[in-house]
Design a protein. Structure first.
Length: 560
């Protein structure tokens, strides 16, 4: 084998590994933390967010004690403590100590302090009472008017009594079955992890953010009783110098392409996956209009619309499309066009209109009738187009679609209308109406269901499977606030110790809490993806990372 060939292979392998690692979510484990260990969820969740770590030997050592130095590092990473400019002057602590920076942050954050003899005792073991105090301070719980006595071995005269009682009152800590707390016992690493996890519940921590062209990307971690969440947020002000465009994979309905590829090809700053789609030639499941009707709606589901002035809205629509042909006797015959650019062979009785957006040909079998029509216009919403029949192909399929034409393809009983009424050289009229809530000049992409309407949270019934609504999955949701700005949320999921995903009601609440007054869901699961400034920023749950999808919403900077 030639040396250049070997180098090419090695380069390809390196690029592949690099690409995979970009999307591989943290999945840390320790040989001594088994799936049935009492603190597994807390330990592994904290580990996946780099709050705790194990040793080089792959062990976590859950029953070992925790030094005060180790605790400062844990607190710094858990609560994202800020840098400190204060000088430390403890007699037993030098600036060269490995934990000096962590200790500085913990003291500046008023979570820890030294002892009266001006020592910090960095290598002393941490007690349960000390951790109780720290967590009460971190949460901001009051220690005033404490009069209870929860534990038999913690008297009101004990220095840590008010902190222990405040922690117990707020369900941060618990004691032992014998009614004791054992305040001076060394806390174990597992106990510390469990307590830190519990203290983090109920608050989002911003762990990544950046803004370009007034478009902002933010990533948060959130711990819950049920498990952790990785939350990705894209904020797009209406006044941001970007256009809102639709992306179609490989510029055809039958195409599949990764969001990152689509975004780079279109020079987009940011983007998200959009509508549900099929891989059998059906394209997106809802509606896609970008000047022309690219794919027709299903089940009157919700769509996200954009007007020329960047006003965004959410509505629902269905298509009412007809063919009108005139017989030799002067009688008009009308037939229903059920779909635009769908996989005809998925149906038993239908007429599908295929436009050049579908691809080079109809990809149909030979069981139908296909009519080749040359158009005098394009398939736009609420339009009436005149066409000339170029040819009628009986018991034929996979007809080539010309750039200036359309193919009418019928199967089952519906093909009889085409067979009986379409004649070569004949003039026909085609109408394509989107009802009932269509705004002229709108660009739109489907999805669903709607999650918020006029500020009221509620998952609307749009014919989706109940499991898609009520189970936790990766999610993509798009919302509009009261000022017309966009707030987009992509939730990672199906990762027990990194991000468990959301139900649709939870996604609705999330968008509402972030300011949306109108919102809808997009495709989720392995398709959920968020692109920003050159790369996918979330952790797509596809089998090999980022999935090839059919369509997207893209945000493209204005050209100077």
């Amino acid at each position: 084998m030639k040396r250049t060939t070997i180098l090419a292979i090695l380069t390809a392998v390196i690029l592949l590994v690099s690409s995979l690692s970009t999307y591989a979510a943290p999945n840390k484990s320790f040989s001594d933390v088994t799936s049935d260990y009492w603190a597994t969820k807390q330990i592994l969740s904290l580990a996946n967010y780099d709050i705790v770590s194990g040793g080089a030997d792959g062990r976590f050592r859950p029953v070992d004690g925790l030094t005060r130095s180790e605790l400062t590092k844990l607190l710094t990473q858990a609560f994202i403590l800020k840098e400190s400019t204060e000088s430390l002057s403890y007699t037993d602590l030098s600036a060269s100590h490995w934990a000096f920076t962590f200790i500085s942050k913990a003291i500046a954050g008023e979570l820890m302090n030294g002892f009266p003899d001006n020592t910090f005792r960095p290598d002393a073991r941490t007690t349960r009472a000390q951790v109780a105090k720290i967590l009460v301070l971190a949460k901001g719980y009051s220690i005033l008017n404490i009069s209870t006595k929860t534990f038999s071995d913690v008297s009101s005269a004990y220095w840590g009594y008010p902190y222990i009682e405040a922690a117990a009152k707020n369900s941060l800590i618990s004691g032992y079955p014998d009614g004791t707390f054992r305040p001076d016992a060394e806390i174990t690493r597992a106990e510390a992890a469990a307590l830190i996890y519990r203290s983090l519940i109920g608050k989002d921590y911003l762990i990544e953010n950046s803004t370009i062209n007034e478009v902002s990307f933010e990533r948060y971690r959130r711990f819950q009783e049920a498990g952790p969440l990785n939350i990705n947020v894209l904020k797009v002000p209406k006044v941001a110098p970007v256009s809102i465009d639709l992306g179609l994979a490989r510029d055809r309905v039958t195409g599949l392409e990764q969001l990152s590829s689509m975004a780079k090809r279109k020079n987009a700053l940011a983007g998200i996956n959009a509508d549900f789609f099929s891989t059998n030639g059906g394209g997106c499941s809802g509606i896609m209009v970008d000047g022309q009707i690219i794919s027709s709606p299903i089940s009157i589901r919700s769509y996200f619309g954009i007007l020329p002035d960047k006003t965004c809205f959410i509505n629902r629509a269905f298509m009412d499309a007809m063919i009108t042909a005139e017989t030799t006797a002067g009688v008009e015959k009308r037939g229903v066009i059920s779909w635009i650019n769908k996989a005809r062979d998925s149906f038993t009785d239908t007429i599908v209109a295929y436009t050049p957006f579908y691809g080079p040909s109809t990809l149909t079998n030979n069981n139908g009738t296909e009519v080749i029509v040359k158009l005098e216009g394009t398939v736009t919403p609420n339009s009436e187009i005149i066409g000339k029949v170029i040819d009628v192909r009986y018991n034929a399929g996979n007809t080539t679609i010309s750039p200036d034409g359309i193919i009418l393809s019928g199967i089952g009983p519906s093909k009889n209308f085409l067979t009986e009424n379409m004649k070569r050289g004949g003039i026909i009229k085609l109408t394509f109406n989107l009802k009932p809530y269509w705004q002229d000049n709108a660009t739109a992409i489907g999805g669903g269901p709607r999650l918020i309407r006029g500020g009221q949270v509620g998952v609307e019934n749009e014919g989706f499977d109940s499991g898609l609504v009520s189970r936790k999955h990766p999610r993509t949701g798009i919302g509009i606030d009261s000022q017309g700005n966009l707030v987009i949320v992509v939730i990672d999921g199906r990762m027990s110790y990194f991000s468990i995903g959301m139900t649709l009601p939870e996604l609705a609440t999330e968008l509402k809490n972030r300011g949306a007054v109108d919102a809808m869901s997009m495709d989720g699961g392995g398709s959920s993806a968020l692109y920003f400034n050159g790369s996918v920023r979330n952790y797509p749950n596809g089998a090999s990372g980022e999935r090839a999808i059919n369509n997207a919403v893209l945000f493209i900077p204005y050209q100077s």
